[in-house]
Design a protein around this ligand. Sequence first.
Ligand code: ASP
Ligand code: MG
Length: 440
Amino acid sequence: MKVLKFGGTSVGSVKNMSNVKDIINDGSKKVVVLSAMSGTTNQLVAIAKDIENGEANLAIDKINSLLETYFITIDELLSNVVLNTDVKKYVSSIFELLVDCTDKNFSETLENKILAQGELLSTYMFNSYLKQEGVSSTLLPALSFMRIDAFKEPDSDYIEAQFKTVFDAAENVEIYITQGFICLDVAGDISNLQRGGSDYTATIIGAAIKAEEVQIWTDIDGMHNNDPRYVENTKAISNLSFEEAAELAYFGAKILHPQTVTPVRKDSIPVRLKNTMKPDAHGTLISNSTSGSGIKAIAAKDGITAIKIKSARMLQAHGFLKKVFEIFETYHTSIDMITTSEVAVSLTIDDDKNLDKILVELEKIASIEVDKNQSIVCLVGNSVVNHQDTYKLFRILQDVKIRMISYGGSNNNISLLIDSKDKINTLQKLNDYLFELVTL
Ligand code: ASP
Ligand code: MG
């Protein structure tokens, strides 16, 4: 069985939902994971923010206008009166629940409950639409099998067992629809897999059922060789290894949730990235086969903080790095990049929530410099560190100030740390190199 995930734009309009129906309606059994309709989760985040700020009236205005847009979509989607009435009733109950949230005290649990409604709405509407169109489908409630553990990692044994139970108890249909993104936490409260988490839901389910393939359908022709938001003339990459895809997703390629390939990698379940608007385009196939050599793709991750930790005779002093790492571990902050010299170690973090506390601890053992607003530019390709042309990078980037470089951490990745203000220029220059517009 395959698992197919469709993102917010794919279910964001009646026309796109009809495209999705045509894609999935091929007679084979499949699990379909849906995101919320595009824009909905952002609106729900804004509603939760209003509640946090004690502005219930603003939250209610947003809830009402969102409800209005849903009713318009439902009228366009469902001409069948019985289904139309039933969906409006369900949607109204969700919006009543949202209104009820506005006079509650704000908490993370409340926020998570609000955020979960988008996927509940989209899946209910889409399932009803399939019924209207005569496609056999049913809903598998994600909250009955998707759970994270105390470390916020998917609880894979539980998910595998529960998914099987829920699936076996469901009607025998062609299309099993479930919600992306949402899950329960260890306390049994509603939680989620972080923004963009529907991709992750798809591969978690893919691993649980040992799927033949996981497909992630979005509004772009697969993973591009550079960030199409900032650079012109990017193009889709047809094949990536799991390792290349993992590096790209982690270091900023926005098309995929950073953890997407993790669950399926160990069983070599291929992940195919496809475009709902152009279903015939090849897209990107992520699998365990490696191909090509040299730089295949570039991604950039913003919001990085660099910390330089200087100590006289650092490396001579046994255990110095251990002490440094322990401080980051105490504050649950993971380190992305690291470089060392005899007198200093520089490292980067992307989550600076506990930065102040970390700095207080670090200052006890060393002198510290902090640079904010940095970006990691990550160059990925099969065996890129060994490629004969990789040295050209330094010539191409001769006027970009590089703050840190990580080379050889893996054979497939070179990472550069630069000031975010130089990012677009750097990405464009590297792109020119990729397309061999520049000969050096
Ligand atoms: N709806 C969620 C979000 O917007 C999850 C997803 O779309 O993958 O982040
Ligand atoms: Mg996404």
